[in-house]
Design a protein around this ligand. Sequence first.
Ligand SMILES: Cc1cc2nc3c(=O)[nH]c(=O)nc-3n(C[C@H](O)[C@H](O)[C@H](O)COP(=O)(O)O)c2cc1C
Length: 392
Amino acid sequence: MLRRSFLKGAGVVTVVVAGGAVWRACDQGVFSVGEGPAYEPWKDWRKDSNDGALALVRAAILAASPHNTQPWLFKVTNSSIELHIDTSRNVGALDPYLREQHIGLGCALENLMLAAAANGYQATSTLVPGKLAPIPAAPKPQLVARVDLAVGKPDASELYDAIPRRHTNRSAYNPRKPIPPEFAETLRHLASDLPDVRIFLFTAPADRNRLVEISSAANAEIYSDPQIRGDSDRWMRLRWSSVQKFRDGLTIDAFGLPPIATGVSKMMPLSMLRWAASRGAKTGYSDLMLNAPLIGILAVPDRYDQAHCLRAGRVWQRAHLLATARGLASRPCNEAVEIIDHEMALGKPSRAALLGEVMGDAAWQPTFVFYMGYPTLQAQASPRRPIENVLV
Ligand SMILES: Cc1cc2nc3c(=O)[nH]c(=O)nc-3n(C[C@H](O)[C@H](O)[C@H](O)COP(=O)(O)O)c2cc1C
């Protein structure tokens, strides 16, 4: 009798626990990766052929941006599109001069220009000149570029077609599969029409080891600053409901974990997830970087020149689209440059020369670091706000 009621009780507990787990899994979007309104912009970006110039904005918002902040606003007419920076969507102390935000705008501009060509526009972009400054106390939108549109011949490219498949891939890369030399050559010359940007590529183990060392030290130092951690955490979207509500920021699905680990992480309480992330971060990041067969640096004459940042962004977007089109994966790893901004903001001595020594050319200032290779896992999309939210 006692045994029977015990079994009955245990059965009820099992059903309740299992039911609770399934409920939590559904609530946290474990079975809905890439689904819901936050991911619609990836699916309907070229659905409406009567969209006119709005079609270009639909492509632009699928671009990369730091912490997926999407700091862009667009003013659209039949013959022009203005691109504005929304300085309120910043990552605070991690990007004290909005350098990375401007690079993100350059990424959006590149998608916009590719979509203009594909949609039969002849597009001319004009960048607003200026020097970057600290984040304004009362942020307001500022014009950074204008694209004039005239009638042209439709010219779709492999880069344009890759727009909905380009996702930052944070999984491990295959260390035994090198980058084909012809791909590296195409990548090296990708910025030939944008003379303010130079691409430095490193495949030799000694160079890559040194870059990993510099990045890893910068990563540890940057994230030991509680202000930076707090400003960065504001863009973490660990709950499925906030992913769908805000449609921006960094999500667990985009961490690059295997599917089961992703599901488990999504169900963990936030405190446990933060603890697990801090335990895994120690060597994980440098191992990921070391396994990639190629590390690249985008450099410009002046890291704090607004137009140079936008052009660097155009080149990054182009490079990532090219990699996507050719079956490669990529991930930015920018701590070695972010620390330069951080030291400048704090008035500390700069270690800007470290990357320069590896590049071997003091005339160019590094502004963006990435690694590339063949992935072990497919990257997941990150959320996007709808275009109605980014039109002014
Ligand atoms: C200027 C800039 C800096 C970035 N830095 C990093 C970085 O250091 N590490 C990283 O994992 N991703 C980095 N990213 C990638 C963004 O987090 C990513 O673009 C964003 O989350 C949107 O995801 P998606 O690229 O998959 O669309 C950076 C992107 C930009 C444009």
